[in-house]
Design a protein around this ligand. Structure first.
Ligand SMILES: Nc1ncnc2c1ncn2[C@@H]1O[C@H](COP(=O)(O)OP(=O)(O)OP(=O)(O)O)[C@@H](O)[C@H]1O
Ligand SMILES: [Mg+2]
Length: 503
């Protein structure tokens, strides 16, 4: 069994932290994964093909389902032939053992599916990519534009994918070639993250983010930004440093949820994005509540899908949620994620994540978890660890903070959020106690509407896990909470979009 679970990637060993960011030391087989992803990428110049990972996901899904179905369809006759000579009792023992093994391997986070993905689907992509001779991404495929952000280990730029028959009209060079302005209307806008060169831990961090993006492009592509692959700069010029790695995503939208929340008009500035048009016949406070609920529904739905694949994001916050033109909320920034399904970085680290959104327990697994076994064994043990520790609840706390920030205007600024966290800590992470205690004069109108369903959900997300680690709702349980079951927002969304289409 252990050999079946041997990972194609080397081991995540340890993590250290600097400036609120995890530096993860691991050496994934990045070439293999790069190549597997390139299977998704068309070698021709049509950039749309590059963005077509959904088709590949469907193909891989079919392969995985086929494998599971065929393995479970071993006929009764065959079983009887194989167990000929055994007593009735012995046959039962084999059946019970097989059944329990099956339940164990398919229980969350899904060791069996993880093994199929890691040992079969990923190499399959790689093989197909090699056979078809599809080219890798390279530096000259992109024009790098404005800088969008900078973290400890990476710098993020906007950019465009240059079509094969380069149309220089879309690229305007200004200022003696020092600044390259990217045509904002280009369909082929991308986001490029340069992994810093010469910074301790940066290379590992980049490899880690790359690994998770490939993994999610197979497992839950609709939840996150469309990952196009990586390249290594072949020469040093302007922003490029020879040998430095770059990660590339499809440009998903101009603004993150954090950008929208900075605006005084939030959440109404998202009304037409989320619902297709301004909601009519609904008073403004109800409209605001509906918009926030629609955003929360999307965030938690994505978290449910990601958690179903054994991944915990660990950096859920408004700045890591990009809002697309069509009102989809895409998770970005998987540099701090952990994958329990194949035992990738599941070990508790003395890490400092973003303290404003991090749950009180700080770790995905408790500190007293014994030192890490090798990855295949960690993977094998992952269903037990998942059941005992519910690591997914880490992200659910962060989602609860996002809900509070959206619903309570006085918690939106970074300073107010820090203050809130201090007060909450004083109240033992009990949101109800905090409500009586706080001096921040919060406006609970949105959370208290609809018989306080929003407030009730918030108290079940922003809380300690409790002694049995069940004190906080999982994503699936949160989606069953009455807050989401009312359905008024969905009906409003459908009606709005229908009337928009008719125009
Ligand atoms: N796919 C995308 N589409 C649109 N904008 C994006 C996309 N990816 C990133 N961005 C923008 O770039 C910003 C920074 O990206 P990201 O969160 O990945 O890196 P970071 O947090 O600045 O850096 P690091 O992870 O290295 O610390 C985001 O806040 C967002 O504005
Ligand atoms: Mg970020």
């Amino acid at each position: 069994m252990a050999s079946l679970l041997l990972p194609p990637t080397p081991t995540a060993t340890s993590s250290t932290v600097k400036h609120n960011k995890i530096q993860t030391k691991l050496k994934p087989n990045s070439n293999a994964h790069a190549a597997t992803c390139n299977f998704f990428l068309s070698s021709n110049s049509n950039a749309n093909h590059r963005f077509n990972s959904a088709k590949c996901h469907a193909l891989l899904d079919d392969v995985a389902k086929g494998l599971l179905e065929s393995s479970s369809s071993v006929g009764v006759d065959q079983f009887q032939r194989l167990t000929e000579g055994l007593s009735h009792m012995q046959r039962w023992e084999i059946l019970v053992f097989g059944g329990l093994t099956w339940i164990y391997l398919t229980a969350r986070p899904g060791v069996l599916v993880g093994a199929i993905d890691a040992y079969l689907l990923a190499p399959l992509q790689l093989g197909l990519d090699n056979l078809s001779g599809r080219r890798n991404l390279k530096r000259s495929d992109f024009v790098v534009g404005d800088k969008l952000g900078e973290g400890s280990f990476g710098v993020v730029y906007s950019g465009i994918l240059v079509p094969k028959n380069v149309d220089l009209d879309v690229v305007q060079k200004r200022g003696r070639g020092k600044t390259t302005q990217v045509d904002a209307k280009s369909k082929d806008k991308v986001i490029l993250k340069k992994v810093k060169v010469g910074i301790q831990g940066a290379e590992e961090f980049g490899d880690y983010e790359e690994w998770f993006n490939y993994r999610l492009s197979r497992a839950a592509p609709e939840t996150c930004a469309d990952f196009l692959g990586t390249f290594v700069a072949d020469q040093t010029n302007s922003q490029f440093t020879k040998g430095g790695k770059w990660l590339v995503w499809k440009f998903e939208g101009d603004r993150t949820l954090a950008d929208y929340m900075k605006d005084r008009n939030f959440p109404s500035n998202l009304e037409s994005v989320m619902f297709g048009r301004v909601l009519q016949g609904v008073d403004s406070s109800k409209r605001n509540a509906l918009i926030i609920k629609q955003i929360m529904r999307q965030i938690i739905t994505s978290l449910r899908k990601i958690h179903d694949t054994g991944i915990v994001h660990r950096d859920v916050k408004p700045a890591n949620l990009v809002v697309t033109k069509r009102g989809q909320i895409k998770l970005i920034d998987f540099g701090a994620a952990t994958d329990l399904r194949i035992g990738k970085n599941y070990v508790p680290n003395r890490t400092l994540l973003d303290p404003d959104y991090c749950p009180p327990e700080l770790y995905v697994l408790p500190e007293e978890t014994p030192s890490p076994p090798p990855e295949p064994i960690a993977a094998f043990l992952s269903p037990i660890l998942w059941q005992l520790n519910s690591p997914d609840l880490f992200d659910m706390y962060s989602a609860g903070i996002v809900l509070l920030q959206m619903a309570i205007p006085s918690l939106r600024s970074p300073a107010a959020l820090k203050n809130f966290n201090l007060e909450l800590k004083t109240c033992g992470y009990d949101l109800k106690k905090w409500r009586d205690y706080t001096r921040l004069r919060p406006d609970f109108q949105i959370l208290d509407s609809e018989s306080g369903r929003g407030w009730d959900l918030a108290t079940k997300l922003v809380s300690e896990r409790g002694s049995l680690r069940r004190g906080r709702l999982s994503a699936a349980a949160a989606l069953r909470h009455p807050y989401f079951l009312l359905g008024g927002d969905q009906a409003a969304a459908v009606l709005s979009k229908l009337s928009l289409n008719r125009k």
